[in-house]
Design a protein around this ligand. Structure first.
Ligand SMILES: Nc1ncnc2c1ncn2[C@@H]1O[C@H](COP(=O)(O)OP(=O)(O)OP(=O)(O)O)[C@@H](O)[C@H]1O
Ligand SMILES: [Zn+2]
Length: 684
């Protein structure tokens, strides 16, 4: 059961997409561009070497060959310095000579005799040679006779530039092309990256302007009305800063948007800019910080400068916690850079007056790790919590995202909204997208309700995995899952069992999917115990039927322990320990639940007591599970038989096969439970 109530995989990667896909493609990340650049240079070099081996250098010929060529009248000019001579032929000469029909790289006979390293044959207009140690007395006259021009300046000089251009020309061209490309990209993204290649200290902020087509407004945001309402004032201020500052009041400078991933913080910030009709500069805090110390601070400066130039404007800093972590708390290395960047943000925020019409919005999902200095008045002193949407909210979000999707008449968004507790806006968007893709694959013209249901299953349970299991394994998995499912019917207060399958999905070999009928914000102790009992059901069924254990219950154990520990350490549900906070806040349903990370503010004796209490809860639940399953063995066997035949059963079929009624109904039922069977390493 390594499953959270909210699947994290469901989060779409849409952050960098520009509105309307405007400059999305043309903006090349500099690092990638550099790589391409280097590759092109290298390819250029290889090509030049292959096709023009002698193009950039003179051929070295023996002195005798030089004299022969001079005698033939083929030497145009020479220049000599010491005992080396360089010169130019009238007609290009190949040396060492190639024989007819011989492969290009074969060695000429003359060279095969003694020399080990033989240079490949080359052809060139220019040459160098070395005067023999003994003086060749008649050389000067010989040259004059053969009309060789004896030059006072190096022969190569004239061609040096040519060589240079020939060798480096393509490279220079490429550089020029690169700069042009980068400039163009910079222009298209609103000049935000101006300076391109050479602007390492420039902020890489994306600027979204508010053209009609790409404009995001509050219309595009749904299901998070509270947060939206709190930001209306910010919009108002941006529209007419003067109205607020007229009487000397200070308008907000920084607003911190706090909420789980995918709840729409970025969307909300963009909508604020869209509503106010001001430019929106967006940057992820992680992007500030690079390998080079000081770059982050420079980027912050640049970002604020840009925003100031186009004020009123909104600056949006995503993932603020990645640099805003309390100073001195970060891992060694990189901390000084992070600190500098953080300090620069603080300086900039202090530096501008609210009259300038700039508002900094920042998003985080871990507000408690932020440096206190960030939260002081005049900085991010306002906090807007963006909650996961409730049922009505989810329906509204589904409506927003299905605006442009052709829906079949049978689609019931209300029903989908109640089937998706714990899903955030981004997940719902993903759901709509997956359903549309599925419908397209099924060659339909409209998206039907079934497409949504199947898409949801894939998102929540993970994609099906084709692994071949032995009959014995299948039966064991069937008992494990049936154990979870039967307890989901028997334990009062358990969430309805929506589906059981022994088709391996995601990380699990089988899955039991339980989900509540309504959203729930407060969990009674009895409910938590019911959940632990259900989690233990898989292992207990195996124990009852086979009398042996497998590794398949690993995730169940992890989750059950986490929940029990939270009951003891956070929710004061142990009589022995009482209402004492013994662990910091955490998502209760992620498992692990507890720990202050590092030193615990209680004695070793208390620690031992906590462990004992956790054990006590688990043992009690284990007893309950064993008792219930043992008395309902016929229902268990019936469900296993059905599962082995049909692999997947839905709620109606489960009730039918087992002959059991649904768990005693409660007025309100809590969070979704997915009880999957952890992957059995011995079997996989
Ligand atoms: N309340 C919502 N209404 C409509 N669409 C939403 C809502 N919340 C999220 N979405 C959709 O999900 C996408 C991603 O959301 P967004 O990037 O704003 O989430 P986030 O809270 O900023 O996430 P993170 O914490 O990872 O930065 C949005 O672009 C939008 O399409
Ligand atoms: Zn299990």
């Amino acid at each position: 059961m390594k499953r959270e109530t909210r699947p994290s995989a469901a989060k779409p990667q849409n952050k960098t997409a520009l509105p309307g896909g405007k400059a999305g493609q043309s903006r090349m990340p500099p690092r990638k561009a550099w790589l391409i650049f280097v590759i092109i240079l290298f390819v250029n070099y290889v090509l030049m070497k292959t096709f023009f081996p002698g193009a950039d250098a003179p051929v070295t010929v023996p002195y005798t060959v030089f004299k022969q060529e001079a005698a033939k009248g083929n030497v145009k000019s020479i220049y000599s310095q010491g005992d080396s001579i360089e010169g130019r032929f009238n007609n290009a000469v190949t040396w060492p000579p190639q024989q007819q029909g011989e492969a290009k790289d074969a060695q000429p006979p003359a060279q095969q005799k003694g020399l080990l390293a033989t240079p490949p044959s080359r052809t060139s207009n220019t040459f160098t040679t070395t005067l023999p140690a003994f003086v060749d007395p008649g050389l000067e006259q010989f040259l004059i006779d053969n009309k060789v021009e004896i030059s006072a300046t190096p022969i190569q000089e004239g061609s040096a530039l040519g060589t240079l251009l020939f060798g480096f020309g393509p490279a220079i061209l490429i550089i020029a092309f690169y700069v042009w490309l980068y400039r163009r990209a910079a222009q298209q993204s609103g000049g935000a990256m101006g300076g391109g290649l050479f602007g390492i200290g420039k902020s890489k902020a994306r600027r979204y302007d508010q053209e009609q087509d790409s404009r995001v407004t509050f219309n595009d945001v749904a299901g998070i009305d509270e947060a939206e309402n709190e930001l209306v004032e910010v919009v108002d201020f941006l529209k007419d800063p003067h109205k607020y500052t007229r009487l000397g009041g200070a308008a907000p400078k920084g607003v911190l948007l706090v909420g789980s991933p995918g709840t729409g913080k970025t969307l909300l910030a963009r909508a604020v800019a869209g509503e106010a009709g001001v430019p929106f500069f967006s940057m992820s805090a992680a992007e500030f910080v690079e390998m080079i110390v000081g770059v982050g601070a420079a980027r912050v400066r640049d970002l604020f400068r840009q925003a100031r130039e186009s004020a009123p404007a909104i600056i949006f800093i995503d993932e603020l916690d990645s640099i805003g972590r309390a100073r001195g708390q970060v891992a060694i290395g990189g901390s000084s850079e992070q600190e500098q960047t953080l300090n620069q943000i603080l300086t900039e925020m202090d530096g501008f007056s609210s009259r300038e019409g700039i508002i900094v919005l920042a998003a985080t999902n871990q507000p408690d790790v932020l440096d206190k200095a960030l939260l002081r008045p005049g900085r991010f002193d306002r906090r807007v919590v963006v909650n996961l949407p409730d049922k009505t909210g989810r329906e509204a979000i589904l409506k927003v995202h299905t605006r442009k999707v052709p829906l079949a008449p049978d689609v019931r968004l209300t029903e989908l909204a109640s089937a998706t507790p714990g899903l955030a806006g981004a997940d719902l968007r993903n759901l709509v997208n997956e359903a549309a893709l599925l419908a397209a694959r099924r060659e339909q013209d409209q998206v039907r309700h079934k497409d949504f249901v199947d898409a949801l299953e894939k998102i929540v349970l993970g994609p099906e995995r084709p692994i071949l299991l032995s009959e014995a394994d299948r039966e064991r998995i069937a008992y494990h899952e049936s154990g979870h499912a039967i307890l989901g019917l028997l334990v009062p207060g358990a969430d309805p069992v929506h589906r059981v399958t022994i088709v391996p999905r995601g990380q699990a070999l089988g899955v039991t999917y339980q989900r509540p009928q309504t959203d729930r914000y407060n969990y009674p102790e009895a409910y938590l115990r019911a959940r632990i009992v259900g989690m233990l059901g898989g292992r207990v069924a195996e124990e009852i039927v086979y009398g042996t254990r497998t590794t398949g219950a690993e995730n169940d154990i992890e989750q059950a322990t986490g929940l029990a520990r939270s009951m003891v350490t956070r929710w004061g549900m142990s009589d022995k320990l009482g209402m004492v906070q013994l662990a910091s806040r955490q998502n209760p349903f992620l498992g692990g639940g507890g720990g202050f990370g590092g030193d615990k503010p209680f004695s070793d004796e208390t620690a031992r007591l906590i462990d004992l209490e956790v054990q006590r809860i688990i043992e009690a639940c284990h007893r309950d599970a064993t008792r219930l399953l043992a008395t309902h063995r016929p229902a268990l066997d019936a469900l296993v038989d059905a599962l082995l035949q049909r692999e997947t059963l839905d709620e109606r079929e489960i009730l039918e096969v087992t002959g059991l009624p649904p768990a005693p109904p409660l007025e309100s039922r809590p969070l979704a439970v997915v009880a999957g069977r952890g992957r059995d390493r011995a079997q996989a």
